[in-house]
Design a protein around this ligand. Structure first.
Ligand code: ATP
Ligand code: FE
Length: 351
């Protein structure tokens, strides 16, 4: 099957063509520059930019893949969760293309796109344990099928990606915060600022990151009060201390989640990560070491498929199509859409 994927749920406009497990093209137009002066993603600006760029992005993906609409089997589009204006831009565009070409329309949950990425990149078979860690989410999921996810824990407040972004803002580093904090941390001393590891010693695999944000604010303010500003070494040390705190929590809680998962699935030890924060080297290496220790298969997709992209949307659409599912022109855009249908939407998040 050859599927066109379309993604526009946050601040990346993306289109991709996937044939079975081959990514023939994956084009991502970031909007970082558009939002830079506002210090965060402005939903109205994002929606307008998606609407303007989608056509061109799709044309480019088809050209890079060397296919035309006649070669496609379906059009898959992110139908949520995300910023509603952006999701609507994508859904309207996909509906128009489906109506014009007669190709089946498939609505995809953006989080399912992240959660199924290890199957696209490494053909990981079900079931597996997944840490989905991104700008708006952080959860442990047992993936048992393309539409069967059990949430066994996760953040009770902020997502780590959000915390990286906020930390970058506090330290005067550019957005998106993840890559810039990671870069600064390379030359930093992670021991200089003892930051909290919230819930680390509590049982279970729930996490909390909002206190860490406050702690980094206090640490920064104390340096500024003392010296009148931050040197690049201060930025590096604060970044390294912050990254170490996040990584420690993610690794310890992954150990708990894996224990719980392995008790249920002793014959299939497999752990995967995805989402933007899964692009972080310290997180990847820490989890890899944990899986070596626990003799568990570990899958970490390439960085460009961890952050938002449309190849994961095309692939999740492909799994829905293989299961005989598709949508029609009544497909609606959903701002909230938890993967585990039994779970309540996350508190305090717009997503
Ligand atoms: P969600 O998927 O939850 O709806 P999103 O789509 O906005 O949210 P992603 O694109 O999956 O999120 O991830 C973006 C987040 O990942 C941002 O918060 C960004 O700072 C973070 N991120 C990207 N690269 C890195 C990195 N190398 N280290 C840490 N964080 C990173
Ligand atoms: Fe995402």
């Amino acid at each position: 099957l050859t599927i066109l994927g379309i993604e526009s749920s946050c601040d990346d406009t993306a289109a991709a063509v996937v044939r079975d497990c081959d990514v023939l093209a994956s084009v991502v137009y970031g909007q970082t520059a558009l939002h830079a002066e506002f210090g965060g993603v402005v939903p109205e600006i994002a929606a307008r930019a998606h609407a303007e760029k989608l056509d061109h992005c799709i044309e480019e993906a088809l050209a890079v893949a060397g296919v035309t609409f006649a070669d496609l089997d379906a059009i898959a589009v992110t139908a949520g969760p995300g910023l509603i204006g952006g999701v609507l831009s994508g859904v309207m565009c996909a509906k128009g293309l489906s109506a014009a070409t007669g190709l089946p329309l498939i609505g995809v949950n953006h989080l399912a796109g992240h959660a199924l990425t290890p199957r696209l990149t490494d053909q990981l078979t079900y079931p597996y344990l997944m840490l989905l860690v991104s700008g708006g989410h952080c959860q442990f999921l047992i993936a048992a099928g393309h539409d069967s996810f059990q949430r066994i824990g996760g953040t009770i407040d902020d997502a780590p990606g959000e915390a990286f972004d906020k930390t970058a803002r506090l330290l005067g580093l550019p957005q998106p915060g993840g890559p810039s904090v990671e870069k600064a941390a390379k030359t930093g001393d992670a021991q200089r600022f003892p930051l909290p590891r919230p819930l680390l010693n509590q049982p279970g695999c729930d996490m909390s990151f909002s206190g860490l944000k406050t702690a980094i604010l206090r640490a920064r303010d104390s340096v500024v009060a003392e010296k009148g500003g931050l040197t690049s070494q201060d930025q590096a040390d604060l970044s390294a201390s912050f990254q170490a705190a996040i990584t420690d929590v993610l690794i310890e809680k992954s150990r708990r989640a894996l224990d719980a998962y392995l008790a249920l699935n002793p014959e299939k030890p497999a752990f995967a990560i995805a989402g933007g924060v899964a692009a972080n080297t310290a997180v990847r290496e820490g989890l890899m070491a944990l899986c070596v220790e626990l003799e568990t298969d570990f899958v970490a997709p390439p960085l460009r498929l961890c952050t938002d992209n449309a190849a994961m949307i095309a692939y999740a659409g492909l799994e829905r199509m293989q299961a005989g599912e598709q949508d029609d022109l009544t497909l609606s855009a959903r701002p909230r859409w938890p993967l585990d249908k039994r779970a309540a939407p996350m508190l305090g998040s717009g997503k």
